[in-house]
Design a protein around this ligand. Structure first.
Ligand code: FES
Length: 335
């Protein structure tokens, strides 16, 4: 069977790369690999998909003229003839997009377990908001410290979804839920975080989440599914008790409906497990997974204790530290 030839397109200054099949324009190929490029007309008129050729050979698909090095081009009207390097000023790398304030309207707050709420927010000026799958935001209430939550929806979804765990002893989260359930508007600041995907990874992806760390993984899974990625994705989701796995049926549905996806629930095996015992159980399950640690990208979300235990275990097993992504590394760095 004939295989399609692919070119590698490196994008500067974001430092991303994506593969473009021969015969596919560079805008379509970028979308297929989850690289967000502004576009509108798709026929060379609006100039939103502008880029500059830095190296390689490319052709204008309208007039079949070769593009010279340094020349401006429109991605929707260009095909690669060799591997390319392009400068695309509008494409943001992971963590490059500076956070801004947005007003949001509360669409719904719904309890989805004994202590987790699913929150849906509609952001004003939504077209001005761009973020990458896996990033997080803060809810800024008057006279309170910002409260940080992972975004559970993908960048293409119109509304923003959050999973907020609120217990009586978690006062700041409870205050946020109280403010949201009273309706009206809230101020958000986003996007935050570098543990995100700005393009489809070129390796299998291993996601490890504890508790509501699932929210970040949901954003990543939604995004990868939308791109049509065939990259293998395995999610380990660890909770202390069965009732804490608040969207288990959703993860099971992904496994049924999306062939590259595997779901591995890890539920504490002992009612008396404290958090550290439970986290060790999750890390042990991941270690026993049989992954080729030299060929996997790991995204982890949970408490600093869990994330650093996992990082140490996986790097000892052979995972390069550069393939381990977690917001914990940024907001709770080890001294
Ligand atoms: S999308 Fe309008 S010029 Fe390419």
């Amino acid at each position: 069977m004939a295989t399609t030839e692919h070119r590698v397109v490196r994008v500067q200054p974001a430092g991303l790369s994506y593969r473009a099949a021969a015969g596919t324009d560079l805008l379509t190929a970028a979308a297929q690999r989850g690289v967000a490029v502004p576009s509108a007309c798709r026929n060379g008129v609006c100039e939103l998909c502008e880029a500059r050729l830095v190296s390689g050979e490319a052709v204008n698909t309208r007039n079949q003229q070769m593009i010279t090095i340094g020349e401006r081009l429109m991605l929707c009207r260009t095909e690669a003839l060799t591997d390319l390097e392009l400068e695309i000023a509008a494409v943001m790398g992971a963590g490059e997009n500076p956070p801004k304030l947005f007003q949001a309207r509360v669409v719904e707050v719904k309890a989805i377990s004994h202590d987790v709420y699913r929150v849906e927010l509609s952001v004003k000026r939504r077209r001005e908001l761009s973020f990458h799958a896996g990033q997080y935001l803060s809810v800024n209430l008057p006279d309170a410290e910002p409260c940080y939550f992972s975004i559970a929806s993908s960048p293409s979804q119109t509304s923003i979804e959050l999973h907020i765990q609120a217990t009586p002893d978690w006062v700041s989260a409870q205050k946020v839920i109280d403010a949201l359930t009273s309706g009206g508007e809230v101020t958000l600041e986003l996007p935050h975080g570098k543990a995100c995907l700005a393009a489809v990874p070129d390796k299998p992806v291993l996601m490890v989440a504890a508790g509501t760390g699932f929210a970040q993984m949901k954003s990543l899974v939604d995004y990868l599914r939308e791109t049509g990625s065939e990259q293998t994705v395995t999610l380990y989701w660890g909770v202390r008790r069965p009732e804490d796995m608040y969207l288990r049926s959703l993860a099971e549905a992904w496994e049924r409906d999306w062939s590259p996806f595997r779901f591995k629930p890890v539920i504490g095996d002992n009612e008396d497990n404290d958090w550290s015992g439970h986290h060790d159980q999750l890390v042990d399950a991941v270690l026993a997974s049989g992954f080729d640690w030299g060929n996997v990208t790991v995204m982890a979300s949970g408490s600093p204790a869990m994330v650093y235990t996992l990082l140490d275990a996986l790097t000892e097993a052979g995972l390069p530290e550069s393939e381990f992504y977690s917001d914990v590394l940024e907001y709770a760095p080890r001294s």
